[in-house]
Design a protein around this ligand. Structure first.
Ligand code: NAD
Length: 253
């Protein structure tokens, strides 16, 4: 194992929640980190905090579902931090509704951010990884990939992320690039807080009810996902590729 490749990571959806925590963790692991998000203020602040702590980071505003913005952002990362070799496709949204009430817009926007966004980001970043002969791609799937009432769009997108990951692993393996998916269960973030609000529940009560259904009897925290991402992008994880790892406090299939 050599460490001659560049150590530059891109994390999408890094303006808050899981992405912000993953970015912080990868910076602590020694990566220069590009935090990308629609929320430009969020990523600017996140990058400033990393730099203040002695790390290297930049924040870039973009919409991951826009090809031109993606290409511009990835080129900027390569120019300012060096060739990106780690990509965490984490940006995500929910537009939950039962099938009969779901609009085309709800469908298109969820598929657009998760699937098209990950495709565009990966297409732009893979060129640097293959040139470096080393790369790590981590895609955020979800337990919802297995089916979840009110989430026909999100569950299709998150199941799609699994097929996408496996195909990346097959195509990019010979270039020293691995691709894996993390499928989280309930993680306490603004996304799950919004779900609690939508169903008319106080977030603490909502988390307590969720924890009762989880074998380890607690909900997940963004750090639980950051820990796994840190492992998957590590030097030693090079023989693990095309896997979907459920981080849900218990088994899933
Ligand atoms: P979050 O809503 O807190 O953060 C998502 C971030 O993505 C936000 O900062 C948002 O601005 C950004 N984003 C949304 N659309 C974007 C776009 N078009 N371009 C760029 N950035 C965009 O969500 P989270 O809970 O931190 O979730 C992160 C990822 O993990 C998502 O892919 C989500 O589907 C997945 N996930 C979350 C949970 C959970 O329980 N929280 C469970 C399983 C999977």
């Amino acid at each position: 194992m050599t460490e001659s490749h560049s150590r530059v990571a891109i994390v999408t959806g890094a303006g808050r929640g899981i992405g912000a925590t993953v970015a912080k963790r990868l910076a602590a692991d020694g990566f220069a980190v590009a935090l990308l998000d629609l929320n430009e203020d969020g990523v600017r602040q996140g990058a400033e905090a990393i730099v203040a702590g002695g790390g290297k980071a930049i924040g870039v505003g973009l919409d991951v579902s826009d090809a031109e913005q993606v290409d511009t952002a990835v080129t900027r990362v390569a120019d300012e931090l060096g060739p990106p070799t780690v990509l965490i496709n984490n940006a995500g949204i929910t537009r939950d509704n039962l099938l009969f009430k779901m609009t085309e817009q709800d469908w298109d926007s969820v598929l657009g951010v998760h699937l098209k966004g990950s495709f565009l980001m990966t297409r732009a970043a893979q060129k640097y990884m293959t040139e470096q002969g080393w790369g790590r791609i981590v895609n955020l799937s979800s337990v919802s990939a297995l089916g979840n009432r009110g989430q026909v769009n999100y569950s299709a997108a998150k199941a799609g992320m699994q097929g996408f990951t496996k195909t990346l692993a097959i195509e990019l393996g010979k270039f020293g690039v691995t691709a894996n998916a993390i499928a989280p269960g309930f993680i306490a973030t603004d996304m799950t807080a919004a779900t609690a609000e939508r169903v008319g529940m106080d977030f603490e009560t909502f988390k307590k009810a969720a924890a009762e259904q989880i074998p380890v009897r607690r909900v997940g925290e963004p750090e639980d996902i950051a820990h796994l991402a840190s492992f998957l992008v590590s030097e030693g994880a090079g023989f693990i590729s095309g896997q979907v790892i459920y981080a849900a406090g218990g088994p899933r299939d």
